[in-house]
Design a protein around this ligand. Sequence first.
Ligand code: AMP
Ligand code: MG
Length: 413
Amino acid sequence: MAMVTGLIPIEDARHIVLSQCSVLSVVAADIADAVGCVLACEVVAREDVPPFANSAVDGYAVIAADLVNVPCDLPVVGEIAAGAAPDRVLGRGEAIRIMTGAPVPQGADAIVMVENTERLNDGHVVRINATATSGQAIRDAGDDIKDGTTVFGPGTIIRPAVAGVLASVNARFVDIVPRAQVAVLSTGDELIDDGSPLALGQIRESNKTMLVAMVAESGAIAVDFGIVRDDEQALEATLRHAADTCDAVVTSGGVSMGDYDVVKAVLSRIADMRWMQIAIKPAKPFAFGLLTNSSGRAVPVFGLPGNPVSSLVSFELLARPALRLMMGHSEPLLRPRITAIADTTLRRNPDGKVHYQRVHGRFGPDGRYHVSAGGPQGSHQLAATALANALAEIPDGNSVAVGDEVAVYVLAF
Ligand code: AMP
Ligand code: MG
């Protein structure tokens, strides 16, 4: 086995990145725009939810004690729709037609669902076919949330139902950690993205298109800074503009040892960078650092490798967790990690690196997560990776045999 020197473990690389990223400043936001963001305040209910006792069913408001002997016929003395206020008190031996969500009239202590009744005499009388217990089908005021309750604290992810609860307690504007604005740019004289025919040496740009989508999928806002040619002046100008207008910068290409790796040349000069060789395959070269912008703010810069699969893997393992940290998320910052069963051999040889193989995963009838090899694993072969939905983390050593356990990060279930 070839001994590889100077490589750092992925955990150390991630620590270097995460320890230099900080949570973005809190802003007040309309909850309609805040789904997926992290709450930065306590939310205390200032009213009961529901605000009044109301019916859980469509039916008849009654007094349970009137229904000792059923069937029994009661005069229907009124009707209350959702949104209406009762205009009378229910007396002994009476019924009021009531709809789901309508306020329970004073005097009533139970609701009989319409399925247990018959409409008689054009609706003026109801025949009740079931007895009732006091409180039946009545949702009390504050049954969901009592006035004064702390419903959520800082760190809560505003999932759709959380947004619903915020609306239900009239917290229309809340303090949140905003989505990071992330500049995405690709570098390389060979890249074409205007649909024109390819001259020899040219390739179609793919990383930026992919990374813009990955940034958006992480909950951040991608800002497309285009393709920058392998030209130091142009790159410096673009990087400075990106750092002035965004919370983070993601570049792809130009971070290895090539003569035209201008990202390395420029960032080494204008930013405080750490150039890493990580003990993983793919995505060994990676750069991270802080670029101080014209307002004196230190903006994280992620220098991803140019090979498309390497770009994807380093975004997943390093940039995405950092963006999530910046947006107020707490551990786990990585994707869900599951111990899976290998259904096919996952081939590798010892080389001093952890391999992140792109695999196809799914839950089997045994309730376990199973993975199978995901096609060609070259760092330029994005097509096979594109159809994979998990990253198998294969420690240095030999292949994973059929039936063996392997840890995977699930990218999509
Ligand atoms: P680099 O890291 O710049 O040396 O690029 C490594 C490899 O990735 C080269 O084959 C590049 O042509 C390719 N590459 C770099 N950037 C992109 C991109 N944005 N889209 C597709 N391929 C790229
Ligand atoms: Mg390049």
